[in-house]
Design a protein around this ligand. Structure first.
Ligand SMILES: Cc1ncc(COP(=O)(O)O)c(C=O)c1O
Length: 407
């Protein structure tokens, strides 16, 4: 006779299997997703959740957006990979569409966000040596404390997060770290060897930190005056999330290079890119940088469909109007279990009163009432629902949050 353990769920089994067979470099919530549509996911036990993380903003257009799935499906039937040894018919349209969306000239496609950041660093160094005239091997790049730009050895070399950095030395030199939001400190860190400033226009992993008004324009002015490239890592903040195409747009700032990823792949394939003027990206010559999968036909087909969605302005508008609803409602929780709220558009960092519960516990309780979110740095939770979310769903999210912190 088979004894059925009624407490054992498909989710519990899948969690145990994952624990057993994978490296523990993440600490996921015990939610095992089986399928997804728009802003909602369903787990292997049939429970539904409103996805308020949206793949760390990789799912800005929701799960399986019909236009994006259609573009991917059509491309799957034709050609998916050529390598960059040959051209393909999706390549130039994607590069052109993205460059035009960014109001600039050239696109260099890669795959993950970290690869795009690495590309930005390499291009800035090369620009420094070849155009600015920095002595060989001396190039410096100014970055901000509490940054998050990815996980490669060079990128973690200038992280200030011990979890991200410790035990991965020896570290790549050539980076100067200044406080985020302090334009005077940034200017003081620049000298004749400085080739670039690399910043997130809003710091995502740090807890959705919006810099003081005037900071980004000041960085732009300093970089222009001192002959330094401004590299904007819009991997998480860009492509509609904040209510504009780019977070830099809110202050009318145009960087020298956009570093993009996440939502560029429509939640279907990893697609990243750096986008800049030919005076900057034009420093690269054949054989000096590349990636087998970067700019592959499937990626370009999906990326072009993403650019088409952004061209309509509809998603930026949704993020703007629904973001206002979200922030208005979240502000109402301050003093009632929430100590602070920050963000822009459909993106918020919410500080939970630390004596009530940790951010992790808040996310576990949210999951239990049908909302997926992710904690960061102790007592902060990040909310970034897909831009296809409805107003009713925004209220659902804040209602559930209100319940779990007052329960
Ligand atoms: C601002 C920023 N830059 C870079 C990255 C790295 O992207 P990826 O995980 O695709 O390498 C992230 C990921 O969270 C990010 O938020």
């Amino acid at each position: 006779m088979t004894i059925v353990d009624v407490n054992r769920t498909a989710s519990a089994d899948a969690v145990a299997e994952a624990e057993r067979w994978t490296a523990h470099n993440y600490h996921p919530l015990p939610v095992v997703i089986a399928d997804a549509d728009g802003a909602w996911v369903t787990d292997v036990d049939g429970r539904r959740y409103l996805d308020c993380l949206a793949g760390y903003s990789a799912l800005n257009f929701g799960h399986r957006h019909p236009a994006l799935v259609d573009a991917a499906r059509k491309q799957l039937e034709r050609v998916t990979l050529t390598s960059r040894a040959f051209l393909h018919d999706q390549f130039a349209p994607f590069c052109r569409g993205l460059a035009e969306l960014c109001g600039t000239e050239l696109t260099l496609p890669m795959n993950t966000g970290a690869e795009a950041v690495e590309t930005a660093i390499k291009v800035a160094r090369k620009w420094g040596y070849r155009i600015k005239g920095v002595p060989d091997g001396q190039a410096s790049i100014v970055v901000a404390a509490d940054n998050f730009h990815g996980r490669t050895t060079t990128i973690v070399s200038f992280s200030t997060d011990p979890d991200a950095r410790a035990d991965y030395g020896p570290y790549t030199p050539g980076f100067r770290i200044v406080p985020y939001g302090d334009a005077a400190a940034l200017e003081a860190a620049i000298d004749d060897t400085t080739v670039a400033v690399l910043l997130e226009p809003i710091q995502g992993e740090a807890g959705v930190i919006v810099p003081p008004v005037g900071y980004l324009p000041a960085v732009r002015e300093i970089c222009t005056r001192l002959g330094v490239l401004f590299l904007a890592d819009e991997i998480q903040s860009g492509l509609g999330r904040t209510g504009d195409t780019f977070a830099c747009d809110h202050e009318g700032v145009v960087p020298d290079m956009y570093v993009l990823g996440k939502a560029l792949g429509g939640g279907i394939v990893p697609v990243s890119a750096v986008v800049a003027r030919s005076a900057v990206l034009g420093v690269l010559r054949p054989g000096e940088h590349g990636s087998t999968f970067g700019g592959n036909p499937l990626a370009c087909a999906v990326g072009s469909a993403v650019v088409d969605l952004l061209r309509t302005g509809e998603y930026q508008e949704r993020a703007r109007t629904l973001g206002a609803v979200l922030h208005d409602r979240l502000r109402g929780l301050v003093g009632n279990g929430v100590t602070g709220v920050r963000g822009r558009g459909l993106w918020a960092g919410v500080d939970i009163e630390p004596t009530l519960m940790t951010g992790r516990q808040a996310c576990e309780r949210l999951a239990a009432v049908g909302v997926l979110a992710k904690d960061t740095h102790g007592s902060t939770i990040r909310l970034a629902p897909p831009l296809v979310v409805t107003e009713k769903e925004v209220h659902f999210l804040v209602d559930r949050l209100g319940e779990i912190i007052t329960a």
